[in-house]
Design a protein around this ligand. Structure first.
Ligand code: GLN
Length: 481
């Protein structure tokens, strides 16, 4: 096995045993980046010098530390380009942030470093995380490593392509309505969207603040547990992170089994029109495999699911329109050279800096928040969001987890979803749980017959039930076909 093929667990073991150094491991990723990034386009930038400097430091720490804690130190992790790492660019794949350099580390980056990980390389995404294919990146094309004529999914498409194409050991993504889970499904990786509040958002460029979460994108469920354990926890800088202790997610995987697990099957997810027949087949097989492994299948209903898409496309743009108002040509990044006064400085900088999807969201968001429409759209959406959340509460009173498809189709061809509405439908199965703030994973489940494309299934558990979620995901990973 080549070093770049390793996952976190294997890399940590190899480092601890002295089979290779962090410098060697990091260099292997850099070499792989040079060999493959031209084709895949997972990374936007890679500060090789900085990564190697941190790797050297990690090797020194390991060499000198007596304690166990430093043994697996020095594993490089690819970072989605909206998470701030001090001294690195943070473009959100937008022209408006070209040239911006982060003055500080996001809390997740601090946590990574404190746990012996190295932020290494910045990966592509849809501009400001708005999209499902990474085609909305203003800075480059990312291809699916399983089929270069297809998209990697999005918005964390660079993260998924880097993991799936072995251009990294693991990556961080973010998920607002599906952006970790759908690309994970498209690129054969494990993706976990933590419960809202489980992971700090401080230093993560905000898209929709009541939905955004950072999470792991990895080569195995165990790696996701290792990474989530490092990321999660209370942060003084993010008031939405409760003090709840972070369980030992890795330990929770010991003896993971599906025996006696109550798995909810919801018709609102399994009987939808427009689901690709191969996704249906792979999901049906996953259900059978779980049943054979001892899971008890329970029919459940989440009746407000049909409104989730509409609710999301009111709430997320509303929050985005407010969050993105800070990009005004004054404080960050791009400043129009055509500006004549302060007003045209704002309008021209924004008109030149933002891409069409971001503009669409800002316009929609501003509209639904505007006086006279607020109650009809935003206020109403918040009420329906409560009903959607209640559906999940009621379901989790009966079952441990829901099993659903992750995305309605496998990876599609570039340009196949030109119409924004069909693009939005990619998140049909991931948006409701995001609105409810619960946790969910995408776990590789199989490959399509003719096109040989990876397809993941989704497990959803209640809020702050990541231990259960990871356990069930791991048990499925062990028994899947
Ligand atoms: N595809 C969805 C959107 O475009 C979700 C994006 C995300 O989760 N960041 O809004």
């Amino acid at each position: 096995m080549e070093l770049f093929e390793l996952g976190i667990k294997q890399a940590q073991e190899g480092l601890a045993k002295g089979e290779f150094s962090s410098v060697e491991l990091t260099q292997a990723i850099i070499d792989r980046y040079h060999a493959k990034n031209g084709e895949i386009g997972a990374y936007l930038t890679f500060d090789e010098e900085d990564a190697l400097r941190l790797a050297k430091e990690a090797d020194e720490v390991r060499g000198s530390a007596a304690g166990e804690t430093h043994r697996g130190t020095g594993v490089p992790i690819a970072i989605k380009d909206l998470i701030n790492v001090k001294g690195q660019p943070c473009t959100c794949a937008s022209k408006i942030l070209k040239g911006y350099v982060s003055p500080y580390d996001a809390t997740v980056v601090k946590n990574l470093k404190a746990n012996g990980f190295i932020p290494a390389g910045r990966v592509n995404m849809d501009e400001f995380a708005m999209g499902s294919s990474t085609e909305n990146s203003a800075l480059g094309v990312t291809r699916n490593p399983y089929d270069l004529t297809r998209v990697p999914g999005g918005s964390s498409g660079g993260s998924a392509a880097a993991v799936g194409g072995n251009l990294c050991i693991a990556a961080l993504g973010t998920d607002t309505g599906g952006s970790i889970r759908q690309p994970a499904s498209f690129c054969n990786c494990v993706g976990v969207k933590p419960s809202y509040g489980r992971v700090s958002r401080y230093g993560v460029t905000a898209f929709a603040s009541s939905l955004d979460q950072v999470g792991p994108m990895t080569k195995s469920v165990e790696d996701a547990a290792i990474l989530l354990k490092a990321l999660a926890g209370h942060d003084e800088m993010d008031g939405t992170t409760p003090h709840d202790p972070v369980p030992d997610y890795v330990k929770a995987l010991e003896g993971a089994s599906l025996k006696g697990v109550k798995l909810g099957l919801a018709k609102e997810y399994l009987e939808t029109a427009g689901m690709d027949p191969e996704v249906r087949r792979i999901t049906d097989e996953a259900i059978k495999v779980c049943e054979a492994a001892g899971a008890e299948l329970v029919e459940v209903s989440l009746p407000h699911t049909e409104y989730a898409m509409a609710v999301y496309y009111v709430i997320a743009p509303a929050e985005a329109s407010a969050n993105l108002s800070r990009f005004d040509g004054v404080r960050y990044g791009h400043r129009s050279e055509l500006a004549k006064d302060v007003y045209s400085l704002y309008t021209k900088s924004r008109a030149e800096g933002f891409g069409p999807e971001v503009k669409r969201r800002i316009i929609m968001g501003t509209y639904v928040l505007s006086s006279g429409y607020y109650d009809a759209y935003y206020g109403k959406a918040q009420k329906v969001r409560t009903l959607i959340k209640r559906d999940f509460d009621q379901a989790f009173a009966k079952v441990d987890a829901l099993l659903t498809p992750c995305a309605p189709t496998p990876a599609f061809k570039f340009g196949a979803n030109q119409d924004p509405l069909t693009m939005y439908l990619n998140d049909l199965y991931t948006i409701p749980s995001a609105l409810a703030g619960v946790c969910a994973s995408s776990v590789p489940a199989g490959f399509t017959k003719d096109t040989n494309l990876p397809v993941g299934v989704q497990f959803i558990c209640g809020g702050f039930k990541e231990e259960k979620l990871l356990k069930i995901s791991k048990a499925f990973e062990e028994v899947r076909a």
